[in-house]
Write a protein that binds this ligand. Structure first.
Ligand code: GLY
Ligand code: MN
Ligand code: MN
Length: 446
């Protein structure tokens, strides 16, 4: 068995130390875990930790709050969490407890979550700023405000209460934007498993199957490899491919249609996000081939521009240019390319951007603009590159193009001297797809 890739306790500590350096010694940071969510009656959705909380703690339990108090003598990193409770644990699973929080998660100190109202205001004393991501959890927002107010009530005793609330996102999300070597390995592994699933889907795909049967194959492969879906898989055949976030996945695959699958595995909370579009019967029709090649050329052009030093928007601009040229050539657009781009006349066919940050969240955190300008791509960032063309029925358009939806999506790590496509092992050339789809299919016996 290869060694399991994991973020080490040292890396979690480095992250907390860096954040404490950034917020400064007159500040305190408060980060809450995710809560369990009811699915129906007393059944819960499977637990997914809040990505910010996980990034800083590695602690995968609900009902926890991490507090960072830079340069506090007794303890800088305090974890409030559930206490061990063997009876409860027998019903709902293991709990790290206070000792586990200190020993296994390197908390300088740990307290029962029930005691937070008594302890937390004391930790805020004489700190000027509270760093906290307001708006994610209204109930917890009120609790944080109540702690500050309880301190303000004591100012006559000479205690200073914080007077500034600052969003933690600014520093924390900027940190999350730059991936470490271990994070990249985790994302590469997620990509590897997603590729396995996409290849398998191409091999088994045939007319008559239901979209959910294909969906199930992805879920099976992700789970078999100890991962899960990073987001609800989109398995969209025929006209469904023109619905960008189609997740019904309940139509029958028709001979002659395309199948667009947007599905990616999540590995220890790190996402992959891959789309491939291929013909249900294994052979692209002429119209499908022509449009597919435009999207593929647009994607190559965008990936070429995904370079350190380029503006975030440059890959998108490159993709739009190729798509506009291609649609002009096919007669789907008319006019001057520059004018079409300026007036965004291509948008009925290509209405989304060419990518997004990728990491602990599939649409990962991090600013796209700084001071109102698209920011510059830098080594260590991971982005998706995912141009598409979607053609809805329209009397002004030749019927042969109707209901064709195509997207091709890869995950790209920006490096010092170019980029690395984490998902490049997955076929996307027309002849490669057609060849792979032949594999595992019964050959006609002549
Ligand atoms: N899977 C969601 C997206 O591609 O953005
Ligand atoms: Mn996607
Ligand atoms: Mn995406």
């Amino acid at each position: 068995m290869p060694e399991k890739i994991q973020i080490s306790p040292q890396e979690y500590k480095q992250r907390r130390d860096k954040l404490m350096d950034l917020i400064g010694n007159d500040a305190i940071a408060i980060i809450a875990s995710a809560d369990l969510k009811v699915r129906n009656r007393d059944a819960e959705f499977s637990f997914r930790q809040d990505s910010d909380f996980l990034y800083l703690t590695g602690f995968n339990e609900p009902k926890a709050v991490a507090v960072l108090v830079p340069e506090r003598e007794e303890s800088e990193y305090i974890l409030f969490c559930r206490e061990k409770d063997p009876k409860k644990e027998q019903w709902t699973g293991r709990i790290a407890g206070l000792e586990g929080a200190r020993k296994d998660f390197a908390a300088d100190d740990a307290f029962p979550i029930e005691d937070i109202d008594e302890i937390l205001p004391g930790l805020m004393e004489n700190r000027k700023k509270v760093y906290y991501s307001i708006g994610n959890n209204p109930e917890f927002d009120l609790q944080v405000i109540a702690w500050v107010n309880s301190l303000r009530a004591k100012v006559r005793n000479g205690i200073q209460a914080p007077h500034e609330f600052i969003s933690l996102d600014i520093f924390l999300h900027e940190m999350r934007l730059f991936k470490s070597a271990t994070e990249i390995k985790l994302m590469q592994e997620a990509a590897r498993v997603s590729i396995e699933a996409h290849e398998h889907a191409m091999k088994i795909c045939k007319p008559g199957l239901m979209e959910y049967e294909i969906d199930a194959e992805y879920a099976y492969i992700f789970r078999k490899r100890g991962m899960e879906a990073a987001y609800t898989s989109i398995v969209a055949s025929g006209e469904n491919a023109c619905i960008l976030h189609y997740i019904d996945n309940n139509a029958r695959l028709q001979d002659g249609d395309l199948l667009l699958i947007d599905a990616g595995a999540e590995n220890q909370a790190y996402a992959s996000d891959i789309t491939r579009t291929f013909p249900v019967n294994g052979q692209f029709s002429e119209a499908q081939r022509l449009l597919y090649q435009i999207v593929l050329d647009a994607q190559y052009a965008a990936i070429t521009e995904a370079q350190a030093g380029n503006s975030w928007d440059k890959p998108h601009q490159a993709a739009v240019k190729v798509i506009v040229a291609g649609l002009l050539e096919l007669g789907l657009l008319q006019g001057e390319p520059q004018e079409i781009i300026k007036e965004e006349e291509y948008k009925p066919f290509y209405m989304h951007k060419t990518g997004h940050w990728l990491g602990l969240d599939v649409h990962d955190v991090g600013n796209y603009k700084l001071d109102n300008e698209w920011r510059t791509l830098e080594a260590g960032m991971v982005i998706t590159v995912e141009p598409g063309i979607y053609i809805l029925p329209d009397k002004k358009i030749d019927k042969k193009w109707w209901n064709i939806g195509i997207r091709i999506e890869d995950n790209v790590l920006i490096t010092q001297n170019g980029n690395k496509v984490l998902t490049e092992a997955l076929v996307k050339e027309i002849d490669e797809i057609e060849a792979l789809m032949q594999e595992g299919k019964p050959q006609s016996g002549i």
